[in-house]
Design a protein around this ligand. Structure first.
Ligand code: AMP
Length: 311
């Protein structure tokens, strides 16, 4: 049995994006791309045993982009190339760029996608279900035998159009990661703490991580709440994929241990996730996270630790 550190299922996309810093068309994106590059960066840095992706692209997918995944060290045997066009998403950000406005979502090859997890990828330590239709996330959960932790991300679209499926798959995972707007929307409550309690009840307990953009992250662990700030920066270009690279980093961190995830371990995974996501925002698309050096990362991690040290 081959044991992978992390398996990620999610979207592989061509994004068209506009932010106050500029715009790009058909940029490689998707939740599994950002999550994958992030987890692979950490996996390479820590000499881990590998990160795999499960997803689908169309025949229009650029071979060079498959090479990008491979040269990052990602196992892409779980990526299918199907007839039709690659998933496309068009979004924009305004003001403080706290939230994406979706203009167009073309599921294309995702509409008929039936994920098939290749045998060698079926036993990951951590399974990260990145943003995707909840029924596809559920299908991958049922095909895998996860060693330690299953994580789930989602978005407002699925809360609106696949609410029951989302509530079903939430119950099957150890860690649910959402942003503050999604938690309020799911619970139909304005107060974030009340809303978080309701969401935790919906998922039968476990861990809930709430991303608050520039306001950092608050996490609910059975042993207590964790609250940490974001990395302070004015270099904001494109927030697309921040959430996914955050989750990819957490997934890798949690694959390094065994047993129950303690509150302390969760807090440390959130530090790495926060620092990793702070790079993604500095450029359009996946370039910043793909080309991140270990030295740059370690130096920002030290800076973050010094900024947040209050005692
Ligand atoms: P994030 O900014 O981390 O929430 O993720 C942005 C990525 O999510 C983009 O690269 C999009 O391609 C992808 N995305 C947007 N809408 C969807 C959707 N409905 N399903 C799956 N992925 C999506």
């Amino acid at each position: 049995m081959i044991q992978m550190d992390v398996l990620i299922v999610g979207s592989l996309a061509y994004d068209s994006l506009a932010t106050p810093a500029g715009s790009v068309e058909n940029e490689l994106g998707g939740s599994a791309s950002y999550g994958g590059f992030s987890a692979a960066f950490h996996n390479n840095k820590d000499f881990g045993s590998g990160v795999g992706i499960v997803g689908v692209v169309g025949q229009d997918f650029n071979n060079e982009h498959l090479e990008w995944y491979k040269s990052a060290g990602l196992d892409i045997t779980g990526i299918e190339v199907n007839q039709g066009e690659t998933f496309r998403w068009k979004g924009s950000y305004h003001g403080s760029m706290a939230e994406a406005v979706t203009h167009e979502t073309h599921l294309n090859v995702f509409e008929k996608f039936q994920p098939k997890v290749p045998q060698p990828l079926k036993n990951p330590e951590v399974l990260m279900c990145a943003n995707l239709h909840p029924s596809l996330q559920s299908s991958v959960i049922s095909q895998t035998n996860v060693g330690r932790v299953t994580m789930l991300d989602s978005m407002n679209l699925w809360i609106e159009i696949a609410n029951e499926e989302l509530k079903g798959v939430m119950k099957k995972v150890d860690i649910l990661i959402l942003n503050d707007g999604e938690v309020r929307m799911l619970a139909k409550k304005e107060n974030l703490i009340d809303a978080a309690k309701d969401v935790l009840e919906m998922k039968n307990g476990g861990i809930l991580v709430i991303k608050k953009g520039e306001n950092g992250v608050i996490a609910f662990h059975p042993d207590g709440i964790i609250s940490i700030p974001s990395f302070p920066t004015s270099n904001l270009v494109d927030p697309t994929g921040c959430g996914d690279s955050f989750a990819g980093s957490m997934a890798h961190y949690l694959s390094r241990n065994s047993g129950r995830v303690s509150r302390e371990e969760l807090a440390e995974s959130l530090v790495h996730a926060t620092v990793t996501a702070s790079f993604t925002i500095e450029n359009f698309g996946t370039e910043r996270i793909r080309k991140l050096s270990v030295q740059e990362y370690e130096s920002r991690l030290l800076e973050y630790r010094s900024i947040t040290k209050t005692a």
